[in-house]
Design a protein. Structure first.
Length: 133
């Protein structure tokens, strides 16, 4: 029953497009593992979770790249979207660290983060330097 529950959560992660709900799904798995312990996540479930996480990381990276290529006028809206995505990235990171503190996907999470806020922050710094000149 526990494995079936985790499998359903993992399937939801694979298909989810809303970053705020995605964050909740990762937290649900992490909370469940705190209750039943990491060994409850069988190798098959771990593989499915990793594949779902890879998929979500690629999706988030693609969204951030698209936003960077087509700058929006409303920086506040983009910042809000990326903040919600950041919550999902944080929960992914926490779950991966629970499973393996040295998991290779932790680097991928950092790479996806670099595609986001840093782009706008560096643009804002350049803009303020232009005004100072």
């Amino acid at each position: 029953m526990v494995a079936a529950s985790f499998l359903q959560l993992i399937r939801c992660i694979q298909a989810e497009s809303d970053p705020s709900f995605l964050s909740s799904l990762y937290r649900a798995i992490a909370d469940g593992l705190r209750v039943v312990a990491i060994p409850a996540l069988t190798p098959d479930l771990q593989t499915a979770l990793i594949e779902a996480t890879k998929h979500q990381l690629q999706t988030l990276a693609d969204k951030r790249k698209r936003r960077a290529e087509t700058p929006e006028d409303d920086h506040e809206e983009v910042a809000l979207l990326e903040e919600v995505e950041e919550f999902a990235l944080e929960d992914m990171e926490k779950l991966l660290k629970m499973m393996d503190g040295q998991h290779p996907l932790l680097v991928a999470i950092s790479s996806v983060r670099d595609l986001g806020f840093n782009h706008w922050d560096s643009g804002d710094e350049r803009d303020s330097d232009d005004y100072a000149s």
